[in-house]
Design a protein around this ligand. Structure first.
Ligand code: NAP
Length: 277
């Protein structure tokens, strides 16, 4: 698995499994646990989750699925903005660790900007890092003005900004991507398949896919993986699709492919806000 180096010096895989909408129904617990185990067998080494997903249910599924395999994995979780006070973030992390049945989260993100002063949030994150409960910290859904509001002492240490980013939604390229790249902070592209909607029906993507003997989803992911310092975290409830999605790592898009995709899905030409799902 290709890796990026975070500002802390730790390595982070460029491909992971999303888990939104997991852990919401007890009767699916076993199937979801089996799915994650299957994904690990296929070579998935990063799992993305949040305390919000299934109100802790997704973390519980993951905790069960990764028993005995924690050491081979990079775990990302996120906390609610209303838990972002200095003590709130520490308590939220401890609850997540209990559900995940492990001692440390590799990357812990503020899920979206909220009203609690960031000085407090980052003081809590630093305390968690010093106690070894998290390895790195970062943010999610942070637009340029949100990033600029991060206290200076923490700005160069962010292990990620997780944003809505795919071929049909290139808003992060306006300003956020540059801000992050200048500091060695990866962009984590969430909803990289645009949630399996219209994007995957594009005739331009279909043509590029045909040239590579690939699927549209693989091309959408390969395009993101071609962007510098970018991590993708597609979600699928089907093991076969997880396997297909992983194969995007082996696709090299040509200059012609990139040009065709750029023409069909142009980068923003004026200031735009980040999208959010
Ligand atoms: N930080 C945030 O605010 C935030 C927000 C949204 C998401 N996320 C994270 O990002 C992850 C991914 O985003 P997402 O779940 O919103 O959307 P996504 O990964 O872009 O798309 C998931 C959808 O695409 C379908 N799909 C997956 N592989 C496919 C393939 N090869 N061909 C056709 N369809 C395919 C899935 O259906 P099947 O399941 O039926 O295969 C599912 O409906 C989430 O699970 C979550 O971990 C974070």
């Amino acid at each position: 698995m290709r890796q990026l180096t975070l500002p802390s010096g730790h390595a982070m895989p460029v491909f992971g499994l999303g888990t939104w909408r997991m852990g919401e129904h007890l009767d699916r617990f076993q199937d979801e646990t089996d799915l994650i185990r299957g994904a690990l067998d296929l070579g998935i080494t990063l799992i993305d989750t949040a305390e919000m997903y299934g109100e802790g249910g997704a973390e519980e599924v993951i905790g069960e699925a990764i028993r005995g395999r924690r050491d081979d994995l990079f775990l990302v979780s996120k906390f609610y903005p209303h838990n972002a006070s200095r003590s709130g973030v520490v308590e939220a992390c401890e609850r997540s660790l209990q559900r995940l049945k492990c001692d440390c989260i590799d990357l812990y993100l503020l899920h979206w900007p909220g009203g609690i002063p960031l000085e407090q949030t980052f003081a809590g994150l630093q305390a968690l890092q010093e106690s070894g409960k998290i390895r790195d910290y970062g943010v999610s859904n942070f637009d340029l003005h949100d990033l600029r509001a991060i206290p200076e002492a923490y700005r160069d240490r962010l292990g990620g900004n997780q944003v809505f980013y795919n071929l049909a939604h290139r808003e992060p390229e306006w300003a956020v991507a540059d801000w992050c790249r200048q500091r060695g902070t990866p962009l984590m592209a969430y909803s990289p398949l645009d949630q399996g909607g219209e994007l995957l029906k594009s005739s331009v993507i279909a043509k590029v896919a045909e040239n590579h003997g690939a699927s549209p989803a693989q091309i959408a992911l390969a395009w993101l993986l071609h962007q510098p310092e970018t991590v993708v975290i597609p979600k699928s409830a089907r093991l076969k699709r997880i396997e297909d999605n992983l194969a995007a790592l082996d696709i090299e898009l040509s200059a012609g492919d990139l040009q065709d995709l750029d023409s069909a899905f142009p980068a923003p030409q004026r200031a735009v806000r980040l999208g959010m799902r």
